[in-house]
Design a protein around this ligand. Structure first.
Ligand code: ATP
Ligand code: MG
Length: 413
């Protein structure tokens, strides 16, 4: 299809059900479909479009190309230089309408069955859309919904990994339970049947991927524990022999087990920024020494217990990040715990120090992104189907090894 031939200033040509190439007079950008109905389409694209502008769209679906005209009825900047753009279809008749109906139906089915890229629960108060989680306020508590979004280098990919949100939620619930004798945590329930009445209409969407939690004041530091030297720790060690100001013995190899697990905190960056590693003293300056000591010892204890258990199931947890929060004076473990998103998970069977390791986490996606020389700035490139499928497999295997549970890609658990 010749998407370059712009009939009226902008032409939007679909690649498939959820992705679009948008061409304006200055070049082309990418976008994705957030929603579609018979009267219009909601896109997320990387340049603004003037309101009321008429444009032509091409919807490609099942080997057919439908040309329709639309009018921009909404265009609002969202984070990450993206624009949420609503386009109302102008007249669609006869067989074109039939085609559009089928497209809408298939899009909806796919969205329902396969992946949750973004949630929209109009009756609930959305307080934050993180890179992965949509957080709603429900009475005094929070409803945290893990979507299937995947981020790499702090940028959210345009493609979801179907079932990932459920996998992360199930892994976290497993660990919150295992760690409950070491640390109080934020979980009230992971079962939509227990949620307040106002959540009931959304129970099916919420099942498996959500938790009702106690709202805490998150500490402004991330509690990172490293048991093996890898990633930014390895980079720093090669340059200076230290990690976050901690002197390490000479001659360590990449991915080698450290003599003792290290507590290496970082700042908690605002959305779009990167976290910065800090020393323990700097962490103590930010949150006070007594609290810093407490989260250090808790983080190390939780990490130790987690690695012992994971080791028995064939997984090395090389490093991880915890978040703690305060409710009054009470310190609790919040967010997610020992998941492949917050940790490096390596299969024990193939572990060998002296290089990078195979992993159950998104290292696979990172490697793909490096292989295509992406500049790590939005917009992120589309992920090939096999990268999405293999990533699902890896997350899924981690869940299975740890808990015995399975989440299918066309998941209905
Ligand atoms: N019990 C809780 N009380 C308050 N906030 C919480 C609680 N549990 C988790 N959070 C916050 O909810 C958000 C979860 O969203 P997600 O993991 O997608 O964010 P993120 O992109 O990692 O966000 P950030 O960039 O702020 O770390 C995080 O900001 C986390 O700090
Ligand atoms: Mg997070």
């Amino acid at each position: 299809m010749d998407i370059k031939e712009s009939r009226r200033h902008i032409r939007i040509a679909s690649l498939n059900l959820s992705h679009y190439v948008c061409v304006d007079k200055d070049g082309e950008g990418m976008g994705r479909t957030l929603n579609v109905s018979e009267s219009g389409i909601l896109l997320e694209i990387y340049f603004p479009i003037d309101m009321n502008q008429e444009l032509s769209l091409a919807i490609a679906f099942e080997d057919t190309l439908l040309d329709i005209s639309g009018k921009v009825v909404h265009c609002k900047a969202v984070k990450g230089e993206r624009f949420r753009t609503g386009i109302e279809f102008l007249k669609v008749d006869g067989s074109d309408r039939q085609f559009l109906k089928k497209f809408v139906k298939t899009f909806r089915e796919q969205k329902m069955d396969q992946a949750v890229l973004e949630t929209d629960f109009p009756e609930l108060n959305l307080v934050k859309r993180g890179k992965v989680r949509d957080v709603y306020e429900v009475d005094q508590d929070l409803l945290i919904v893990a979507t299937d979004r995947i981020s790499a280098y702090d940028v959210v990919m345009p493609d979801p990994v179907p079932g990932k949100g459920k996998i992360l939620t199930q892994i976290s619930l497993f660990w919150f339970d295992v760690m409950s004798d070491l640390a109080d945590n934020h979980v009230i329930s992971g079962d939509p049947g227990d949620y307040p009445e106002i959540c009931k209409p959304y129970a099916e969407k919420l099942r498996g991927r959500s938790m009702l939690v106690k709202k805490a004041e998150p500490l402004p530091i991330e509690c990172i524990v490293r048991g093996y030297i890898s990633g930014s720790g390895w980079k720093s060690y090669k340059e200076s022999g230290t990690v976050c100001g901690i002197q390490l013995p000479g001659g360590l190899k990449e991915s080698e087990k450290l003599p003792e697990p290290l507590f290496t905190p970082s700042t908690k960056a605002e959305t779009g920024e990167h976290d910065i590693n800090i020393s323990f003293d700097e962490a103590a300056e930010i949150i006070g020494t007594p609290l810093a000591e407490k989260v250090r010892s808790l983080s190390l204890e939780i990490y130790r217990k987690g690695t012992e258990l994971a080791d028995k199931k064939g997984i090395i947890i090389a490093d991880t990040k915890f978040e703690f929060g305060l409710i009054g004076d009470g310190l609790i473990l919040i967010d997610e715990v020992l998941t492949p998103d917050s940790s490096r998970f390596w299969p024990k069977a193939s572990y060998k120090a002296g290089g990078a390791q195979k992993s159950f986490d998104k290292q696979y996606v990172r490697d793909y992104l490096v292989s295509i020389n992406w500049n790590k700035k939005p917009p992120a490139p589309f992920l090939p189907k096999e990268v999405v499928t293999n990533t699902h497999e890896k997350y899924s295997e981690a869940l299975k090894m740890l808990t015995g549970k399975v989440v299918l890609q066309s998941e209905k658990v």
